[in-house]
Design a protein around this ligand. Sequence first.
Ligand code: PHE
Length: 338
Amino acid sequence: MLDKINRIKEEIGSFKAAGHAELEEFRIKYLGRKGHLNVLFEEFKAIVGEQKKEIGQGLNELKTLLSDTYDRFKGELDSGLPVAASNDLTRPGDSIPLGSRHPISIIRNEISAIFGRLGYTIAEGPEIEDDWHVFSALNFPPEHPARDMQDTFFITKQPDSVLRTHTSSVQVRVMESVPPPIRMIMPGRVFRNEVISARSHCIFHQVEGLYIAESVSFADLKQTLMFFAREMFGEKTQIRLRPSFFPFTEPSAEMDVSCTCNGKGCNLCKHTGWLEIMGCGMVDPNVLENCGIDPDKYSGFAFGMGIERIAMLKFEIRDIRMYFENDVRFLKQFTSSF
Ligand code: PHE
């Protein structure tokens, strides 16, 4: 019996587990219910006399050796580190692949930096908002058809809670709490009840901006946005303002930038030579009043753009869904340091 025990000890000494399956085989063969160890203990019961002590000792050593070996390989396989190498302090470390910033973050940072140069600071607010900050304070009264432009998700378990459809809600919060002059941008995630397609998503990101001081004019708005467009898309960029409607600005406009095809016509601008990038306008005096700012003393402008849209134009991304799929082949293409 002692011979058997020694033979098994030798076998174990040269055992190497290449994978979990092999280690499991090892466990069943030696440590299993019908494995070698149990069989030996069974046989041991029949042993009498002087030999009993020596064999018992040998058996116990075998048992410890088996469970130590098993634990060691289990630890190695679970951690992915070879047992021998884990003791080698001169071994080079495992390399950690360096990630890259998400294109949405890159563009958000770039927009923030451009407005930062004009003295704008950053304001943030909650994504789950109340009706007042998303709609009512901004001149969308309950039941008003303008609300259809921005259908959202309502949180039924918590009355008066909606997912914000724009970061204009943060503008309201700022106006309610900060006395003018105000010069801030509001980046953040927004939500709309939209069918998901290549061009629209129910989650996207915005940067909105707000400037309120004494005698701010439409000329200031235009100059600020032209500066932004040229910093973002190149110094030759032209802008165009088209009259539009938002409940919270009057007058309101959509801003287009000239396409890089220089009006020759391409797929991106659909042969118009222009790309729409944001909404803007002079803050409606009603909105100022709703937020406790005297419209006779102060005026201001606001603007808002979708970060996905700007990134699509800059990086020529064709499908908005790619931003949220977390496909590393897509994400690793963006290496900007912004
Ligand atoms: N809040 C508007 C939107 O999300 C954008 C906007 C902001 C328009 C400020 C005008 C002024 O569509």
